[in-house]
Ligand binder design. Structure first.
Ligand code: FES
Length: 570
């Protein structure tokens, strides 16, 4: 156990020098007497709430419950507003800003008198960003997931945010529904605070955070508006105070076994392909090398047990009632590392001791899985020398082995302009380039390329689509994503031409451009590098330092090993 004078914050407040005097005087200016905070763990609550983020609209209030827990446990809470990354509104994509929030998180924790951190997020990129920054800072930290929103509703149907947006938009384009139905759908798709309630990127990453061991057990599955979410927030606030005294840091929790368990769990959830990029980047901050090969190897031995959209039938609210993530993990313990420690100070196995499954259709048994193999396959070939991914459980099976002629789009604007081309058939392979980490920029979620309306009207609902973009975790289809290296830096995707045959062979994990090496060399000699996307500012910093998708899209100077000195508080 730490003594009060060993607290990090003691360096700001506890001495007899000029700066200590100044810091204490300013605490009084904040309205606190010394006995309210001196010798107590100072808990930084990093909150991604903002008026523009509907997924986090409850976090302003929820931070008060975290503070309640901190006070009750004898700590001193201080809330810090940090960048809000709203998946819906931030353009071109919040992925451009994930590393900015990670940097902000790390530097706030480093530069202020903080002994422990509560990280509040959930909307897609906020979870990896907060955890990447906290991992680099290395203090005790606990994550409070925003929680999924309630089920959506329209007439007699249950709606999944995101997933059903794409589905009904295609129905509109196919002429199956009109403006009146769309207007009703607008009211029912997202009807409560909380992040998307399908197994999209948000639910995938908050679940990954839980199995990594940085949330309280069961936290990630609790709906945002359930009273259990209030209690979890308060309990997290109380627990971080004890973690500070115990000196239980995030560095001790995030080891190689934790990341292996996170990959296993993401695959058993049928989770978002975005998790591949985020977990590689997060592990890098913990000094652990996770590669695409790890995902493919683990996927081959992990069945999909969570029957949740877009790969399954149910939603996160149903998952919670069925036993939530602890229930699912209780069916995977032989594939996990139950001996490792979590924020509770107990082992993962001890945390799961009381876990139960209450609905075998929502959380399947091992002998009746949603899919026998994990939800993500990693592809290689002359079109993706550094790899690509496909969420094959959310694709029509007949497309998983397919050869067809390419129809190439230079970028998203070109796609929107030309996709309604009557020459495109169901066998065509739609190729989008210019959408990677540098070209997008930020790898926007363009990867579920729209199917031309004339094919939708014929009943076609899936086609092979290939891009260096990402895809929303709520999307679906035979979409090959994250092709690396991206076209913007001269990856082979830049060399594809209309009519080239492309082979997708998921069982063999192959993505091949059926063009000779000699012809590809000739095309490469003609290729010219595109102009940089940014001339100044954060965009230029991003462009100079972003890594490719297979490396996690972190900044090279953040991902590298090294130690920064603690600031001199005096
Ligand atoms: Fe925030 Fe989907 S828009 S999680």
């Amino acid at each position: 156990m730490k003594a009060p004078e060993e607290l990090r914050s003691h360096r700001w407040f506890g001495g007899g020098e000029l700066r200590d005097f100044s810091h204490r005087a300013r605490s009084r200016q904040l309205g606190y007497n010394p006995e309210e905070h001196l010798g107590k763990p100072v808990i930084g609550i990093l909150n991604t709430w903002s008026d523009i983020n509907p997924c986090h609209m409850h976090l302003r209030e929820r931070a008060e419950q975290v503070k309640r827990g901190v006070w009750q446990a004898g700590g001193f809470p201080l809330e810090f507003p940090v960048a809000t990354l709203s998946e819906t509104y931030q353009k071109p994509t919040p992925m451009l800003y994930r590393n900015l929030l990670a940097m902000e998180t790390e530097e706030i924790l480093r530069s202020y008198p903080i002994d422990g951190a509560v990280l509040m997020g959930g909307c897609d990129k906020t979870t990896p960003a907060l955890l990447m920054g906290a991992a680099s800072a290395g203090l005790p930290a606990i994550f409070v997931p925003a929680g999924p929103m309630l089920r959506g509703h329209w007439r007699d149907e249950v709606l999944g945010s995101g997933t059903d947006m794409w589905k009904y938009w295609d129905d509109k384009r196919a002429g199956l529904i009109g403006d009146a139905e769309l207007s009703e759908l607008e009211r029912g798709l997202a009807r409560s605070p909380g992040h998307c309630m399908t197994m999209g990127t948000a639910s995938t990453m908050t679940s990954a955070a839980e199995v990594l061991g940085v949330t309280l057990p069961g936290a990630a599955s609790i709906p945002a508006v359930d009273s259990a979410h209030h209690r979890m927030a308060a309990a997290s606030g109380a627990r971080i105070v004890d973690m500070v005294w115990e000196d239980l840091t995030i560095t001790q929790i995030l080891d190689e076994r934790a990341y292996s368990d996170a990959i296993t769990t993401v695959l058993a959830l049928g989770g978002s392909t975005n998790a591949v990029i985020h977990l590689i980047a997060m592990a890098g901050r913990s000094g652990i090398d996770v590669s695409l090969a790890d995902f493919d190897a683990i996927a081959r031995r992990v069945p999909v047990l969570a029957n949740i959209r877009p790969g399954g039938a149910w939603l996160m609210e149903d998952f919670y009632y069925a036993g939530g993530l602890p229930g699912l993990l209780s069916r995977l313990t032989d594939l996990l590392h139950p001996e490792r420690v979590t924020v509770t100070g107990r082992t993962l196995g001890e945390d799961l001791a009381a876990a139960r499954v209450h609905d075998d259709d929502v959380i399947r048994t091992r002998d009746n899985p949603v899919a026998a193999e994990g939800g993500v396959a990693v592809l290689h070939g002359n079109l993706a020398p550094s790899g690509a991914v496909v969420k094959h459980i959310a694709a029509e099976p007949h497309l998983l082995t397919h050869t067809g002629p390419a129809v190439v789009f230079e970028n998203y604007a070109d796609l929107k302009k030309r996709v309604e081309n009557p020459a495109i058939t169901a066998d065509s392979v739609l190729v989008l380039r210019g959408s990677g980490p540098l070209g997008g920029p930020g790898m926007p979620e363009y990867g579920m390329l729209p199917i031309p309306a004339h094919l939708l009207e014929q009943g076609v609902r899936d086609m092979v689509r290939i891009s260096d973009a990402r895809m929303s975790g709520t999307s679906y289809g035979a979409c090959v994503l994250h092709v690396a290296p991206e076209s913007h830096v001269g990856g082979p995707l830049a060399l594809v031409r209309d009519g080239d045959l492309i082979t997708l062979d998921v069982p063999s994990r192959v993505l091949r451009l059926e063009v000779s090496d000699a012809e590809l060399a000739r095309r490469r000699a003609e290729w010219t590098e595109p102009a940089p996307r940014f001339e100044r500012g954060y965009g230029a910093l991003y462009s100079d330092h972003i890594t490719q998708a297979d490396e996690g899209c972190d900044f090279d100077f953040l991902a590298r090993a090294g130690h920064n000195p603690e600031p001199d508080a005096r």
